[in-house]
Design a protein around this ligand. Structure first.
Ligand SMILES: [Zn+2]
Length: 342
């Protein structure tokens, strides 16, 4: 082992053998937003041998206040977060593998995108994705660490299949988890992100180095503004009859493809339209057609078209269309067939 990790190896519970375990570890991070960028920063600097990152969005100006891996040029160039983050992470540590995916995690790709890893870290911003992670984690026996932050409040919980309660044990059905408070409606301050993602990261390091006995398997929450923090023992929430972890009924993973066709992005006045089948779009060809319809911008990863009535279309290479300026699913779907086709 080289000097890079010397301070980490001096910490006795990790030591050279723990460092070796980290370098043999494979971690996937879902979402490269605020939590995800801090998680990735920690994992990459700590020397996790393989880090897979997944994000469907591109960098916007409102991200720079807290999403620590991005720069103004990323927002200016509308660079997909997974690509911008990967480029930065490779500058931080070229000795490890960074596997970037510009993709929307959904029921038909979740097993492929999350599988073959030792640990899943949650940097997502909604319960739909978290329940999907939970299904894959339980089905494939992969531990995962839930994290969430909004305003100045945050929460984290490690979920080890077969040992701790799963997300469904803790929160019941996802339908009850309609978040009205999101960072897009009530805001979020940078420091809470670092606190929560750092909690997730230290638990990840404990797990990956075989220091399970040091882990906090309770639900931890804090509010940095009102100066409160504490843990709740959730062990009794483990439900012997849980549909997911007891009966192995993976409802979120087995959702029909059609159910995922359109998705309203909470608090953002945007709808994402997923293509019926994943495709490889020729953005240059679309630009030739679209530039007659309005102002367009294109980079290697996406094409943007500004339409009247404050509607903006963002087409990604994988065929996804982001319709900004409406939360009307039917309207978004009709714009998809009109401008992208079937
Ligand atoms: Zn459960």
């Amino acid at each position: 082992m080289n000097e890079r990790y010397s301070r980490q190896m001096l910490f006795q519970p990790i030591g050279p053998s723990g460092q070796q375990k980290l370098s043999n570890s494979r971690v996937v991070i879902v979402g490269m937003g605020a939590l995800g960028t801090v998680l990735a920063n920690h994992m990459v600097r700590a020397g996790i041998g393989y880090v897979r990152i997944i994000d469907r969005d591109y960098v916007e100006w409102s991200n720079l206040q807290r999403q620590m891996l991005y720069e103004e040029s990323d927002a200016q160039g509308m660079v997909p977060k997974a690509e911008a983050a990967a480029a930065r992470l490779r500058l931080i540590n070229r000795e490890i593998t960074i596997d970037a995916h510009v993709a929307d995690l959904n029921s038909w790709n979740a097993e492929e995108l999350l599988g073959g890893t030792d640990l899943i870290l949650d940097g997502s911003d909604n319960f739909g994705v978290r329940f999907l992670i939970n299904d894959v984690a339980v089905k494939h026996n992969i531990p995962w660490i839930y994290g969430g932050a909004v305003s100045t409040r945050g929460v984290s919980q490690t979920i080890i299949p077969g040992k701790t309660p799963c997300l469904r044990c803790l929160f019941g059905d996802a339908s009850g988890q309609t978040n009205t408070d999101t960072c897009d409606t009530i805001g979020v301050l940078g420091p809470i992100i670092h606190v929560i993602a750092s909690r997730q990261s230290i638990e990840a390091l404990k797990w990956l180095t075989g220091n399970e006995s040091a882990m906090d398997l309770r639900l931890w929450q804090t509010d940095l503004w009102t100066n409160q923090a504490g843990s709740i023992d959730t062990s009794t929430a483990k439900n012997a009859d849980c549909l997911t972890c007891a009966r192995h009924q993976f409802d979120f993973l087995e959702q029909s493809v059609s159910g995922n066709w359109t998705q309203s992005l909470c608090g953002r006045n945007s709808v994402q339209v997923n293509p019926p089948l994943s495709s490889n779009i020729d953005l240059e060809q679309f630009e030739q057609i679209w530039k007659a319809l309005g102002e367009t911008e294109r980079n290697p990863f996406l094409l943007r078209l500004h339409l009247p009535e404050h509607i903006t279309l963002v087409l990604f290479k994988d065929g996804r269309l982001l319709v900004q300026g409406t939360s009307d699913l039917l309207r978004a779907r009709s714009l998809y067939s009109r401008y992208v086709g079937n």
